[in-house]
Design a protein around this ligand. Structure first.
Ligand code: C2E
Ligand code: CA
Ligand code: CA
Ligand code: CA
Length: 277
C-alpha cells in the first residue's frame, strides 16, 4: 500500500503540475490578451429605484481566448490577482471606461462607469497617480468615473485603504464598496472611509423576498449605509419579487439581470442612446 500511496502521489502531482502549467499558459496568454485586444469591456446598467432613470453602469471584463474560447473573469481574475497581472487588466479597463465616458460627455453626461479595482492595485503606492494621469489625459470629469473595491479588499489593510481612498476622493472620484456583507467590516474603519456607495452582495439579494431573516439583514445594511450618507445598491436582482422587496426596504439603486444583463460596451451605448433624454 506504500507503493499505491506513492503512485497516488505521483498521479496527484502530475495532475497538479498540469493544472499549474495550464494556469501559467493562461497567464502568459493574459499578457498577450491585453496587447492584442482579446479583452472586452462589458457594461451592466444600474437604475435609480427612486426615479427609474439609468444612473450608470459597472464595467466587467470579458476574455475571448483564441483557443480556450470564453474565459470567465471568475476563472482568471483570482489568478491575475495572485500574480499581479491584474494591474494590466485594471489599466486596460480604466482606459476603456474613460474612452466610453469621453463619448458620453456629449450624449449622457449624467451616467457614470464603475471600474473594479483589486487589492493588488491598492498595494501600488502610485495607484492614485496612475488614475489621475489617465483621467487628466481623457478630459473626463472625475465624478464620472467610479471605482469599486471589495469590502474584504478594503479591510485587508484598512489603514492603507483609508489614506488611498482619501487621495482618490480628493481628486473628486466617487468610490464604492463592493460585495458588502461578505468581508467582515470593522465599523470603526468603515466610518473613516470616504465611500459614497454601498453595494449589497448578491448572496443577500438572492431569494430575499422569501427569507425574513435575510430581509432584516438587508434592512440593517441599508440603514447603516444611509446613516453613513451612502447610496445603497442591490446587486444581482433577478426577479420582480426581489425588486419589490428591496424597494420596500429602502434601497436606492438596482443592478441585476432583471433590469439589464451585462452587454458589450458598444451595445449598451447604443441602448442608452435610444433612451429618451
Ligand atoms: P462583481 O464585481 O461582484 O460583479 C458582478 C457579477 O455579477 C458579474 O459577474 C455580473 O455579470 C454578475 N451579475 C450581475 N447581475 C446578476 C444577476 O442578476 N444574477 C447573477 N447570477 N449574476 C449577476 P462577472 O462579470 O462574471 O464577474 C465576476 C467577478 O469577476 C466580479 O464580481 C468581479 O469580482 C470580477 N471582475 C469582473 N470584471 C473585473 C475587472 O475588470 N477587474 C477586476 N479586478 N475584477 C473583475
Ligand atoms: Ca463589482
Ligand atoms: Ca459585487
Ligand atoms: Ca435568484
Amino acid at each position: 500500500s506504500a507503493k499505491r500511496a506513492a503512485l497516488g502521489f505521483a498521479w496527484y502531482s502530475e495532475a497538479q503540475e498540469a493544472a499549474r502549467l495550464g494556469h501559467l499558459n493562461l497567464l502568459s496568454d493574459l499578457r498577450l490578451a491585453v496587447a492584442t485586444s482579446q479583452l472586452q469591456m462589458w457594461l451592466q446598467p444600474k437604475f435609480s429605484l427612486v426615479t427609474g432613470s439609468a444612473v450608470g453602469a459597472e464595467a466587467l471584463v470579458r476574455w475571448q481566448h483564441p483557443t480556450r474560447g470564453f474565459v470567465s473573469p471568475a476563472e482568471f481574475v483570482p489568478f491575475a490577482e495572485q500574480t499581479g497581472y491584474i494591474t494590466l487588466v485594471t489599466d486596460w479597463m480604466l482606459d476603456q471606461a474613460l474612452h466610453t465616458l469621453a463619448i458620453w460627455q456629449t450624449s449622457h453626461p449624467e451616467l457614470s462607469i464603475a471600474v473594479n479595482v483589486s487589492t493588488r492595485d491598492l498595494q501600488d503606492k502610485d495607484f492614485a497617480q496612475r488614475v489621475v494621469k489617465k483621467l487628466t489625459a481623457s478630459r473626463v470629469p472625475a465624478h464620472s468615473l467610479r471605482l469599486e473595491i471589495t469590502e474584504s479588499g478594503l479591510m485587508n489593510d484598512a489603514q492603507h485603504s483609508i489614506s488611498l481612498l482619501h487621495a482618490l476622493r480628493e481628486i473628486g472620484m466617487p468610490l464604492s464598496i463592493d460585495d458588502f456583507g461578505t468581508g467582515y467590516s470593522s465599523l470603526a474603519y468603515l466610518q473613516q472611509m470616504p465611500v459614497s456607495e454601498l453595494k449589497i452582495d448578491r448572496s443577500f439579494i438572492d431569494g430575499v423576498d422569501t427569507q425574513p431573516g435575510t430581509q432584516k439583514l438587508v434592512k440593517a445594511m441599508i440603514e447603516m449605509g444611509h446613516g453613513l450618507d451612502m447610496t445603497v445598491t442591490a446587486e444581482g436582482v433577478e426577479t420582480e419579487a426581489e425588486r419589490a422587496t428591496i424597494i420596500r426596504l429602502g434601497c436606492d439603486v438596482i443592478q441585476g439581470y432583471l433590469t439589464g444583463r451585462p452587454l458589450h460596451g458598444v451595445a449598451l451605448q447604443a441602448w442608452f442612446d435610444g433612451l429618451p433624454t
